[in-house]
Design a protein around this ligand. Sequence first.
Ligand code: G3H
Ligand code: 13P
Ligand code: ZN
Length: 330
Amino acid sequence: MPLVGTKEMFKKAYEGQYAIGAFNVNNMEIVQGITEAAGALKSPLILQCSAGARKYAKHEYLVHLVQAALEINDIPIALHLDHGADFETCKSCIDGGFTSVMIDGSHFPFKENIELTKKVVEYAHEHGVLVEGELGQLAGIEDDVNVSAENASYTQPEEVEEFVEKTGVDSLAIAIGTSHGALKFKPEQCTRNADGVLVPPELRFDILAEIEKKIPQFPIVLHGASSVIPKYVKIINANGGNLADAVGIPEDQLRKAAKSAVCKINIDSDLRLAMTAGIREHFNAHPEHFDPRQYITDGRAYIKELVEHKIKNVLGSDGRADEIMAIIKK
Ligand code: G3H
Ligand code: 13P
Ligand code: ZN
């Protein structure tokens, strides 16, 4: 099975009211944990690499790790550049085998965002590659860009139609209250439920509905969509970590989003937490171990467990691999 694009995935996800998980990959064990889970559940998958991942692991390693995963698992996988900062980075991924790229011009004024995105779309489409653009700014950290909560801004529905039309993008990332990282909300932004657990403010589904009205049938992307699963945070903290007040996007809201125009849900922080939980737990139980295969195996097992949970209970993409393969083969 060769790498696939996201066009067919998004079409089916839109029709079937589910979302494709876009998981960030940085090394072999992360690729393995994610693809073993998706392979077992026959789920389509987007594996995405940030600039930081390409710097850490090198582009060639990442492409070949994903190729290896495709040889082992019979599911459609798209390889996507996450948060491409400029034309050159996107070009390098388009030329280097990726099937989809994001050009993140969200921090530029509207017109400049359009110009940059259009330039990437033209080059990408000439090479059969799909493009995700972004309007609105999420709080949190993406590589070297740190957007404070005060500077974050929701997507303005009145801009989306012009943006999509003028740029020719294939999907659009929007800001409706999610943010990057494991500490998405400050405690003072949240309320506490009866068990004392922090509950963040609801996502702006009203903005999402407005956007859907302006660009019907158009695939929407949700960044910063980790739910920061308490199980892994607890394991980390019980084994020497210190992640007080880590709080993510509640999974029922992500499930609701997946049933709407949201066709791609980005997850990175949850993977980091699962891997770290497995490794910390292992070291605490086996202080005498020093073979990386021993402790990373436990991190990889938690990644697999996490991705299975996401596919079944949040994305709803289990069992959907075949319907996508069927339209790709046509
Ligand atoms: O959106 C940000 C992703 O979590 C990637 O993070 O830039 O640290 O690889 P990174
Ligand atoms: P999280 O930090 O919520 O996992 O978001 C990841 C992301 O949006 C990658 O682009
Ligand atoms: Zn992101």
